[in-house]
Write a protein that binds this ligand. Structure first.
Ligand code: GSH
Length: 201
């Protein structure tokens, strides 16, 4: 059985929990307190971060790498596009998410960050989301009509917008409506930890 070492409020671990619940197979989630990492985690992941996935003699880290493995191991429902060109585009978009949005996560999660640094991260995230927002006046999900790995990758950030103090301006409305669609999925609801449930009223 797959075992996921998961931070209870970690947005990257949240991505992997969503995929596990979307696939609906047997797995075990081991809650990790990221403020006091268990010693064996550094052995499994040289960067000493969660999430970490263990299945028999395979140990994986990096949320997107873990998620692609789960998707290939349990192909239904398929979350990466089947077509190689679309698949390559999806990977590029996942990379762009990391560079434009998730790069700010460390600051937004850092209790000791200064207001100036925090505000700069909030504005950068809001501006990137504003650029994507018009897409959702035309389509239901990131890649079109179907739910995919792109929706999984961004959902934990959308869930945390209020928690991170990101201002909800009018141009964000289409992406906020899209976010509500993601949050209403049963797998998303099941993926939430008590800490994450407390992030939104
Ligand atoms: N790029 C990594 C990021 C993982 C990450 O940043 N995890 C944080 C928690 S959200 C962590 O484990 N931090 C440990 C620490 O700061 O000591 C991924 O996608 O999995």
């Amino acid at each position: 059985m797959m075992k996921l070492y998961s931070g209870t409020s970690c947005p990257f671990s949240h991505r992997c929990r969503i995929v596990l619940f979307e696939k609906g197979m047997d797995f075990e989630i081991l809650d990790v307190d990221t403020h006091s990492m268990p010693e064996d985690l550094a052995v499994m992941n040289p960067y000493n971060e969660v999430p970490v996935l263990v299945e028999r003699d395979l140990t994986l880290y990096e949320s997107n790498i873990i998620n692609e493995y789960i998707d290939e191991r349990f192909p239904h429902p398929q979350l990466m596009p089947a077509d190689p060109v679309m698949r390559a585009r999806a990977r590029l978009m996942l990379f762009n998410f990391e560079r434009e949005l998730f790069v700010h996560m460390k600051t937004l999660e850092d209790g000791a960050a200064t207001k100036k640094t925090l505000d700069a991260a909030r504005v950068a995230v809001r501006d990137s989301l504003t650029q994507i927002a018009p897409l959702f006046t035309k389509q239901k999900h990131m890649l079109g009509e179907e739910f995919s790995m792109l929706d999984v990758a961004i959902a934990p950030l959308l869930w945390r917008l209020e928690h991170y103090g990101i201002e909800m301006t009018k141009p964000l409305v289409p992406i906020l409506k899209y976010a509500e669609r993601l949050f209403s999925r049963q797998a998303f609801i099941d993926s939430l930890t008590p800490n994450e449930k407390a992030m939104r009223k």
